[in-house]
Design a protein. Structure first.
Length: 137
């Protein structure tokens, strides 16, 4: 994992906080924003979008990821996540989805008084990374 410079970290955190403002969270009231940095230096924002059918809810991290992939990106260097004063980590589904593209991603989690950095491989040490169909007998 290569940690971004301080200026880039602050930019990502600010973008994540901005994205959080657009979150649609009428059921939990828990708003999350994310900012995903591509290997080309582009930033894609995402926010959580809840749904009355809870399984249809999408997390901020995957919203950012899906937007970036839809724009043609496949390689990412860092993601910042902001949820107000609370420090949160990506859920398991988001960790797995991000790992598909960048298993060594730098994960920057906003805190009330700064941030904490993890590598995605630290948060998901045994990611599902192979699909080998069983041979038929």
């Amino acid at each position: 994992m290569e940690k971004p410079d301080e200026k880039t970290i602050e930019k990502l955190l600010n973008c994540a906080r901005e994205a959080r403002e657009n979150a649609y969270a009428p059921y939990s009231g828990f708003k999350v924003g994310a900012a995903l940095l591509t290997d080309k230096g582009e930033i894609f924002k995402g926010c959580n979008v809840e749904n009355v059918s809870f399984g249809a809810t999408n997390c901020a991290e995957r919203t950012a990821l899906f937007s970036a992939v839809a724009a043609g990106n496949r390689s990412f260097t860092a993601i910042a996540i902001a949820a107000g004063d609370e420090t949160i980590l990506p859920c398991g589904i988001c960790r797995q989805a991000l790992s598909e593209f960048s298993p060594q991603l730098c994960v920057i989690c906003a805190k009330k008084d700064g941030y904490k950095i993890y590598s995605l491989s630290e948060l998901l040490p045994h990611a599902f990374d192979k699909f080998t169909p069983e041979e038929k007998n």
